[in-house]
Ligand binder design. Sequence first.
Ligand SMILES: NC(=O)CC[C@H](N)C(=O)O
Length: 557
Amino acid sequence: MICLRSDIAVLLTSDSPQETPSASRPSFLEWRQNRTKAGLQQSGSPCGRKTSHSEKTSHPVPKRKTGSGKKLPIPFPIPYSEPPEVHPAASNGATMDIDRIIEKAGGADEIAALAGVGLEAVRKWRQSRMVPTKHWPALLRVPGIALQDLTADLTTTETQQEQERETDVSNPCPPGANAALVLADGTVLWGRGFGAHTEGAVGELCFSTGMTGYQETLTDPSFAGQIVTFTFPHIGNVGTNADDNEAPKMAALGAVVKEDITAPASWRSHEPFAAWLRDHGRAGISGIDTRAITRTLRDNGPQTAILAFPENGRIDTDSLLNRARQWPGLEGMDLAKEVTRPKRVWTEGVWHSTKPVRENRRRVVAMDYGAKDNILRCLVTAGCDVTVLPATATAEEILELRPEGVFLSNGPGDPAATGTYAVPAIRKVLDANVPVFGICLGHQLLAQALGGKTYKLERGHRGANQPVKDVETGRVEITSQNHGFAVDEKSLPADVKVTHVSLFDGSNEGIASTTKDAFSVQYHPEASPGPSDSFYLFERFVAVMDRRAANSTNAGA
Ligand SMILES: NC(=O)CC[C@H](N)C(=O)O
């Protein structure tokens, strides 16, 4: 291999795996298996070298990379005062995407084991944005890590592209930034992208005040058509896992966060947040003043935004703004059809439930307008045998299954738009005298089926800390919520009563029919994320079906 640098040349001619034809070289996984078989654990590199955990690098303190010094034209005000931090250059003049390298190696623990160093060394690599050259042979055994990832000197790399970008006066991207969030009101927020590249994901910008559960939030299908800003500053720090998705696909269009993503610190983590986001084909942006966004949305209402993290780093804010302004908004949009899943039988209950498994089970059809998996688990734990039907299932298809109860799920978009086909089906179910329970979009659809209307809220409710009052008992529940529309109480007919209200803004949070066994709530009793104060609602639904079953047995006796 031709190499421009003498220190690398030494490495490559001594023990570098690059010298070995790739066919005979053990893969990273093979190497790991062999290492485990041989009883080698944290120490020992794949080259068989052992290194001390306390060893110091001989590299000087890295210099910070500076911009071109040119004033770049920025067409919009940047209300964000703190510019994104610039990655310090590695001492060899290259800027290494150290987070990506660690991610490719399988995380901090894995890369430390690979290189035969301790986690403290990995922390220092992150800080200096580089891995000392002596560890490169070990890292080159990881599939997907190539020499050019480790040095920018040898090829045209992101560093070069970044430098070109910074000297290109037609690109308004400030030094250190490689992503932007452009709001339809003309605000441009610069930041650092992570996850999958995108030329621009456009949707409604909303904020969630949840302090935990970013993975559940982002996979909640109700977030289709929306970009989620997290008000909690540290997102991504517990990584992601294979269990916490609320649906297999990520519905939200992107994530906006304050702090850069740090290495996962949780025993449950399987994959770092940025890698998980990339697998889902979605982008995130960090370094954003999320409080400023929250204030804008709070004071001025819902707003369209576009998140751009282009591969070539060129961000044309004019065209992004145009695209954001052309997006029609969520009102009138039926998104349930896009996220609903085919007919299936659901059998899993709530994890670690302390409730005994009920023998006497109730046959329930769950309408999937974008159902979160944990709702289905809660139904099973409460005592239901659940068949899930897609959003477009007709009343005949529902009733054919002879359900003892019909559940209406949460889901994205405008309830009035989804109502055009869902409401006629629900009305027929009500006419057939089958008990109905709805959550969130399901609540809004039931309200329409009973004669009410919905409207777009000035400020959506999203988070896991929303107080709701049960108007009959006066009891307050702390609830998980995610909705931008609400039921207009004034539109409700006389035979529908209000059962719950929001203690934040007094908007409707629950209704019940006074003539039929039908009730629903705007909030999320299944939590995920959030408190489970309201699990009793699933049991209330089962109690209604139990009463019906008991009555029909008595009538038959
Ligand atoms: N979580 C939900 O079901 C949301 C319902 C509806 N899409 C709204 O935003 O109000």
